[in-house]
Design a protein around this ligand. Structure first.
Ligand code: R5P
Length: 289
């Protein structure tokens, strides 16, 4: 097996190759003046079993096109197998036809990845694991909860309450809580399907005098975390730390969360950002074995 770190996951791809003791083949990458992407394999992949690592943020649409043309390109250059690792899979939140006429984006993308030539697919903390059932190839969701729990255990945050800001991430809170032997629970969140506005309710959780770790699969605008943090602060929580697998952190997200009382924001390196202090390289390396 050889590892090809795609342009969006060069560092992570290199770390995975090093952990697996595998050869790494670099991609020569550039943008044309009009924004189109150019990719060239710097060594032959003819006959090789290739692990392609390429995340899909930021600029999801561009990253997805790069992913698709690289999968097809590897096959046309003779790769015998292409195992596709997408540490953060974009468009996964649109996994259902919530309103009549909506397209189910994640299903469409999985069809495209498969038809481009992927033989296997790996991702981390997919928004809804069940979405993988649309694939006709081996497809695995890896859980970042173990590496996040490990980080929390050594972070010095005393006896934290592990909180999911909504029902959707309760499994994440449960897995981290059980791994740490910590209490866990969830708030309730509703989202207006037209305006996108969210409402968070937290009357069932008593965080008075407690340190709280809010955990979620992803942080985009930070609105979900900020809403939860305000409730926790009003309820007398002590230190509040927000952790996620995918720190997308669109403009203003960090400030929004800090302004709502979050003391620290942490994420993994499925998306490289200033808060990506927890690496999923060991998790992915293990998942590929
Ligand atoms: C939604 O169901 C997700 O799990 C996240 O809670 C949400 O997408 C976070 O988005 P934002 O940071 O914009 O509130």
């Amino acid at each position: 097996m050889i590892v090809v770190p795609g342009p969006s996951s060069m560092k992570l791809g290199e770390q995975i190759a090093a952990l697996l003791g595998m050869k790494r083949v670099a991609v020569d990458y550039k943008n044309f003046p009009d924004g189109e992407s150019y990719q060239r394999l710097t060594e032959s992949v003819d006959g090789d079993d290739v692990v392609l690592v390429h995340t899909t943020y930021p600029n999801q649409d561009k990253r997805l096109i790069e992913l698709l043309i690289m999968i097809d390109g590897l096959k046309s250059l003779g790769a015998s197998k292409v195992r596709v690792v997408v540490p953060y899979m974009a468009y996964a939140r649109q996994d259902t036809r919530f309103r009549e006429g909506e397209v189910v984006s994640i299903g469409s993308l999985f069809k495209m990845i498969q038809s481009a030539g992927a033989d296997e697919f790996y991702t981390v903390d997919l928004h809804k694991e069940a979405s993988l059932s649309t694939f006709g190839i081996k497809a695995r969701n890896l859980y970042a909860t173990d590496v996040i729990a490990e980080y929390l255990i050594h972070s010095g945050l005393e006896e934290p309450y592990i909180l999911s800001p909504d029902k959707g991430a309760i499994m994440i809170a449960k897995r981290i809580g059980e791994r740490m032997g910590a209490e866990y629970g969830n708030f309730e969140k509703t989202r207006d399907r037209i305006t996108g506005a969210i409402t968070v309710r937290g009357e069932k959780v008593d965080a008075r005098g407690r340190n709280v770790a809010i955990v979620d699969d992803l942080i985009s605008t930070g609105g979900t975390i900020a809403n939860a943090a305000k409730i926790l602060k009003d309820g007398g929580a002590k230190r509040i730390v927000a952790l996620c697998s995918h720190p997308l952190l669109v403009a203003g997200a960090y400030e929004r969360m800090r302004g709502a009382g979050v003391d620290e924001v942490l994420g993994t390196d499925t998306v490289e950002s200033e808060v990506s202090k927890i690496s999923v390289a060991p998790l992915i390396a293990k998942g590929l074995q």
